[in-house]
Design a binder for this molecule. Structure first.
Ligand code: ADP
Ligand code: MG
Length: 239
Protein backbone atom coordinates (compact mmCIF):
# COMPACT_ATOMS: atom_id res chain seq x y z
CA UNK A 1 0.00 0.00 0.00
CA UNK A 2 1.32 3.46 -0.86
CA UNK A 3 2.12 5.47 2.28
CA UNK A 4 -0.08 3.84 4.88
CA UNK A 5 -0.65 6.02 7.96
CA UNK A 6 -0.84 2.97 10.22
CA UNK A 7 0.86 -0.37 9.66
CA UNK A 8 0.14 -3.21 12.05
CA UNK A 9 2.31 -6.17 11.09
CA UNK A 10 2.08 -9.62 12.65
CA UNK A 11 0.99 -8.37 16.06
CA UNK A 12 0.71 -11.02 18.77
CA UNK A 13 -0.73 -10.31 22.23
CA UNK A 14 -0.97 -12.95 24.92
CA UNK A 15 -2.58 -12.77 28.34
CA UNK A 16 -0.88 -15.59 30.25
CA UNK A 17 -1.42 -18.70 28.15
CA UNK A 18 -4.26 -17.12 26.16
CA UNK A 19 -3.52 -15.63 22.74
CA UNK A 20 -5.81 -12.61 22.27
CA UNK A 21 -4.17 -11.53 18.99
CA UNK A 22 -2.49 -14.01 16.69
CA UNK A 23 -0.25 -12.33 14.08
CA UNK A 24 -2.72 -9.65 13.09
CA UNK A 25 -1.78 -7.50 10.12
CA UNK A 26 -3.67 -4.48 8.83
CA UNK A 27 -2.74 -1.27 7.04
CA UNK A 28 -4.78 1.93 7.14
CA UNK A 29 -4.31 4.65 4.53
CA UNK A 30 -4.11 8.34 5.37
CA UNK A 31 -7.58 9.85 5.16
CA UNK A 32 -9.30 6.48 5.15
CA UNK A 33 -12.54 5.49 6.92
CA UNK A 34 -11.66 2.04 8.17
CA UNK A 35 -13.95 -0.44 9.95
CA UNK A 36 -12.75 -3.04 12.45
CA UNK A 37 -15.40 -5.59 13.36
CA UNK A 38 -15.67 -9.02 14.93
CA UNK A 39 -17.69 -10.88 17.55
CA UNK A 40 -17.34 -10.00 21.25
CA UNK A 41 -13.96 -11.07 22.55
CA UNK A 42 -12.38 -11.28 19.09
CA UNK A 43 -9.58 -8.89 20.08
CA UNK A 44 -10.69 -5.50 18.69
CA UNK A 45 -10.08 -3.49 21.86
CA UNK A 46 -6.85 -5.39 22.56
CA UNK A 47 -5.59 -4.45 19.10
CA UNK A 48 -6.47 -0.79 19.69
CA UNK A 49 -4.70 -0.93 23.07
CA UNK A 50 -1.58 -2.21 21.29
CA UNK A 51 -1.85 0.59 18.69
CA UNK A 52 -2.47 3.36 21.25
CA UNK A 53 0.14 1.97 23.63
CA UNK A 54 -1.78 1.03 26.76
CA UNK A 55 -0.70 -2.54 25.97
CA UNK A 56 2.65 -3.61 24.54
CA UNK A 57 2.52 -6.14 21.66
CA UNK A 58 4.42 -9.35 22.44
CA UNK A 59 5.47 -9.78 18.81
CA UNK A 60 5.12 -7.86 15.59
CA UNK A 61 5.56 -4.24 14.62
CA UNK A 62 3.40 -1.12 14.61
CA UNK A 63 4.45 1.82 12.46
CA UNK A 64 2.57 5.11 12.58
CA UNK A 65 3.22 7.87 10.07
CA UNK A 66 6.66 6.45 9.31
CA UNK A 67 7.70 6.02 12.98
CA UNK A 68 8.07 2.62 14.63
CA UNK A 69 5.87 3.07 17.72
CA UNK A 70 5.87 -0.58 18.85
CA UNK A 71 7.79 0.16 22.06
CA UNK A 72 6.71 3.75 22.69
CA UNK A 73 4.64 4.76 25.74
CA UNK A 74 1.07 5.99 25.15
CA UNK A 75 1.80 9.72 25.55
CA UNK A 76 4.48 9.60 22.84
CA UNK A 77 1.98 7.96 20.49
CA UNK A 78 -0.58 10.63 21.38
CA UNK A 79 1.93 13.31 20.39
CA UNK A 80 2.56 11.57 17.08
CA UNK A 81 -1.16 11.78 16.36
CA UNK A 82 -2.89 8.62 17.61
CA UNK A 83 -6.07 9.19 19.64
CA UNK A 84 -8.71 6.77 20.80
CA UNK A 85 -12.01 6.86 22.58
CA UNK A 86 -12.72 4.26 25.24
CA UNK A 87 -15.50 1.70 25.00
CA UNK A 88 -16.28 2.51 28.64
CA UNK A 89 -16.06 6.31 28.99
CA UNK A 90 -13.44 7.45 31.49
CA UNK A 91 -14.02 11.15 32.09
CA UNK A 92 -12.57 13.05 35.06
CA UNK A 93 -15.75 13.07 37.14
CA UNK A 94 -14.82 16.04 39.33
CA UNK A 95 -14.10 18.35 36.36
CA UNK A 96 -16.46 20.16 34.01
CA UNK A 97 -16.93 18.91 30.45
CA UNK A 98 -14.75 21.80 29.26
CA UNK A 99 -11.96 21.09 31.75
CA UNK A 100 -11.99 17.43 30.73
CA UNK A 101 -10.36 18.54 27.49
CA UNK A 102 -7.50 20.28 29.32
CA UNK A 103 -5.10 17.36 29.70
CA UNK A 104 -5.35 16.04 26.13
CA UNK A 105 -4.99 19.64 24.92
CA UNK A 106 -1.76 19.94 26.88
CA UNK A 107 -0.53 16.75 25.23
CA UNK A 108 -1.18 18.43 21.92
CA UNK A 109 1.05 21.30 23.00
CA UNK A 110 -1.43 23.94 24.23
CA UNK A 111 -0.55 25.48 27.58
CA UNK A 112 -3.69 25.69 29.70
CA UNK A 113 -3.49 29.46 29.97
CA UNK A 114 -2.78 30.40 26.38
CA UNK A 115 -5.69 29.65 24.10
CA UNK A 116 -6.37 26.17 25.50
CA UNK A 117 -9.83 27.27 26.62
CA UNK A 118 -10.74 28.64 23.20
CA UNK A 119 -9.45 25.50 21.51
CA UNK A 120 -11.47 23.32 23.91
CA UNK A 121 -14.61 25.34 23.19
CA UNK A 122 -14.07 24.97 19.47
CA UNK A 123 -13.81 21.19 19.81
CA UNK A 124 -16.97 21.05 21.93
CA UNK A 125 -18.75 23.05 19.25
CA UNK A 126 -17.49 20.69 16.52
CA UNK A 127 -18.84 17.71 18.48
CA UNK A 128 -22.07 19.47 19.49
CA UNK A 129 -21.41 19.61 23.24
CA UNK A 130 -20.79 23.33 23.68
CA UNK A 131 -24.08 23.87 25.54
CA UNK A 132 -22.90 21.38 28.18
CA UNK A 133 -19.42 22.85 28.69
CA UNK A 134 -19.91 23.66 32.38
CA UNK A 135 -21.71 20.50 33.46
CA UNK A 136 -19.97 17.68 35.28
CA UNK A 137 -19.89 14.44 33.26
CA UNK A 138 -22.41 12.91 35.69
CA UNK A 139 -25.00 15.37 34.30
CA UNK A 140 -24.63 14.10 30.73
CA UNK A 141 -26.91 11.70 28.87
CA UNK A 142 -25.45 8.52 27.39
CA UNK A 143 -24.91 10.02 23.93
CA UNK A 144 -23.43 13.20 25.43
CA UNK A 145 -21.00 11.01 27.39
CA UNK A 146 -19.97 9.32 24.12
CA UNK A 147 -19.53 12.73 22.53
CA UNK A 148 -17.32 13.77 25.45
CA UNK A 149 -15.16 10.69 24.79
CA UNK A 150 -14.79 11.77 21.16
CA UNK A 151 -14.11 15.38 22.17
CA UNK A 152 -11.37 14.26 24.57
CA UNK A 153 -9.79 12.21 21.80
CA UNK A 154 -10.08 15.15 19.39
CA UNK A 155 -8.47 17.54 21.88
CA UNK A 156 -5.10 15.95 21.11
CA UNK A 157 -5.63 17.08 17.47
CA UNK A 158 -4.93 13.59 16.14
CA UNK A 159 -4.16 12.36 12.64
CA UNK A 160 -5.82 9.06 13.52
CA UNK A 161 -8.97 8.76 15.62
CA UNK A 162 -9.94 5.30 16.81
CA UNK A 163 -13.54 5.09 17.96
CA UNK A 164 -14.20 2.02 20.13
CA UNK A 165 -17.93 1.23 20.12
CA UNK A 166 -19.06 4.84 20.46
CA UNK A 167 -22.57 3.83 19.34
CA UNK A 168 -23.34 0.89 21.63
CA UNK A 169 -26.74 1.24 23.29
CA UNK A 170 -27.76 4.36 21.37
CA UNK A 171 -31.03 4.87 19.49
CA UNK A 172 -31.04 4.85 15.71
CA UNK A 173 -31.23 8.67 15.56
CA UNK A 174 -28.34 8.94 18.02
CA UNK A 175 -26.28 6.50 15.93
CA UNK A 176 -26.86 8.81 12.95
CA UNK A 177 -25.75 11.76 15.07
CA UNK A 178 -22.41 10.08 15.96
CA UNK A 179 -22.00 8.90 12.35
CA UNK A 180 -22.41 12.47 11.10
CA UNK A 181 -19.75 13.69 13.53
CA UNK A 182 -17.29 11.01 12.40
CA UNK A 183 -17.98 11.75 8.71
CA UNK A 184 -17.35 15.44 9.41
CA UNK A 185 -14.06 14.78 11.21
CA UNK A 186 -12.97 12.53 8.36
CA UNK A 187 -13.82 15.28 5.85
CA UNK A 188 -11.42 17.51 7.78
CA UNK A 189 -8.65 15.02 6.96
CA UNK A 190 -8.66 12.81 10.04
CA UNK A 191 -8.18 9.12 9.41
CA UNK A 192 -10.76 7.11 11.33
CA UNK A 193 -10.86 3.53 12.55
CA UNK A 194 -14.38 2.66 13.61
CA UNK A 195 -14.89 -0.34 15.87
CA UNK A 196 -18.58 -1.02 15.96
CA UNK A 197 -21.10 -3.74 16.56
CA UNK A 198 -23.86 -1.88 14.74
CA UNK A 199 -23.44 -3.26 11.22
CA UNK A 200 -25.62 -0.70 9.49
CA UNK A 201 -23.38 2.08 10.82
CA UNK A 202 -19.99 0.49 10.21
CA UNK A 203 -20.94 -0.64 6.70
CA UNK A 204 -22.23 2.79 5.77
CA UNK A 205 -19.19 4.54 7.18
CA UNK A 206 -16.28 2.35 6.14
CA UNK A 207 -14.45 2.27 2.84
CA UNK A 208 -12.68 -0.89 3.93
CA UNK A 209 -13.34 -3.38 6.71
CA UNK A 210 -11.18 -5.93 8.51
CA UNK A 211 -12.84 -8.73 10.49
CA UNK A 212 -11.30 -10.35 13.55
CA UNK A 213 -12.43 -13.64 14.99
CA UNK A 214 -10.79 -15.21 18.06
CA UNK A 215 -7.72 -13.02 17.65
CA UNK A 216 -7.23 -13.85 13.97
CA UNK A 217 -7.87 -11.67 10.97
CA UNK A 218 -10.42 -13.66 8.95
CA UNK A 219 -11.44 -11.18 6.24
CA UNK A 220 -10.73 -7.85 4.63
CA UNK A 221 -12.71 -6.06 1.96
CA UNK A 222 -15.24 -3.44 1.04
CA UNK A 223 -18.48 -3.46 3.08
CA UNK A 224 -20.20 -5.24 0.14
CA UNK A 225 -17.56 -7.96 0.07
CA UNK A 226 -17.69 -8.38 3.85
CA UNK A 227 -21.46 -8.82 4.10
CA UNK A 228 -21.30 -11.52 1.42
CA UNK A 229 -18.35 -13.36 3.00
CA UNK A 230 -19.47 -16.75 4.39
CA UNK A 231 -16.58 -16.88 6.89
CA UNK A 232 -17.77 -13.60 8.42
CA UNK A 233 -21.34 -14.81 8.65
CA UNK A 234 -20.13 -17.99 10.33
CA UNK A 235 -18.07 -16.04 12.90
CA UNK A 236 -21.10 -13.95 13.87
CA UNK A 237 -23.49 -16.92 13.96
CA UNK A 238 -21.29 -18.57 16.56
CA UNK A 239 -21.74 -15.61 18.88
P1 ADP B 1 -13.35 -7.23 21.76
O1 ADP B 1 -12.97 -5.81 21.96
O2 ADP B 1 -13.23 -7.70 20.35
O3 ADP B 1 -14.69 -7.56 22.32
P2 ADP B 1 -11.15 -7.73 23.60
O4 ADP B 1 -9.97 -7.25 22.86
O5 ADP B 1 -11.68 -6.87 24.67
O6 ADP B 1 -12.30 -8.14 22.57
O7 ADP B 1 -10.81 -9.13 24.25
C1 ADP B 1 -10.22 -10.18 23.51
C2 ADP B 1 -9.96 -11.36 24.43
O8 ADP B 1 -8.89 -11.05 25.31
C3 ADP B 1 -11.16 -11.72 25.31
O9 ADP B 1 -11.20 -13.12 25.44
C4 ADP B 1 -10.82 -11.05 26.62
O10 ADP B 1 -11.42 -11.73 27.70
C5 ADP B 1 -9.31 -11.16 26.66
N1 ADP B 1 -8.68 -10.05 27.40
C6 ADP B 1 -8.75 -8.73 27.07
N2 ADP B 1 -8.03 -7.98 27.94
C7 ADP B 1 -7.51 -8.85 28.85
C8 ADP B 1 -6.66 -8.71 29.98
N3 ADP B 1 -6.22 -7.51 30.37
N4 ADP B 1 -6.31 -9.82 30.66
C9 ADP B 1 -6.75 -11.04 30.26
N5 ADP B 1 -7.54 -11.26 29.21
C10 ADP B 1 -7.92 -10.18 28.49
MG1 MG C 1 -14.02 -4.18 22.75
Amino acid sequence: MANPLLEVDGVVKRFGGFTALNRVTLHVKAGERFGLIGPNGSGKTTLINCVAGSLRADEGRIVFDGTDVTGLPPHRRTRLGIARSFQIPKPFTSMSVLDNLGIPLEYAGHARSEGGGAEAREILKEIGLDAKAHLRPAGLTQIEMRKLELARAMAARPKLLISDEAMAGLSSAEVDDILAILFRLNAQGITIIMIEHIMRAVMRFSQRVVVLDAGERIAEGTPDEIVRNPAVEKAYLGE
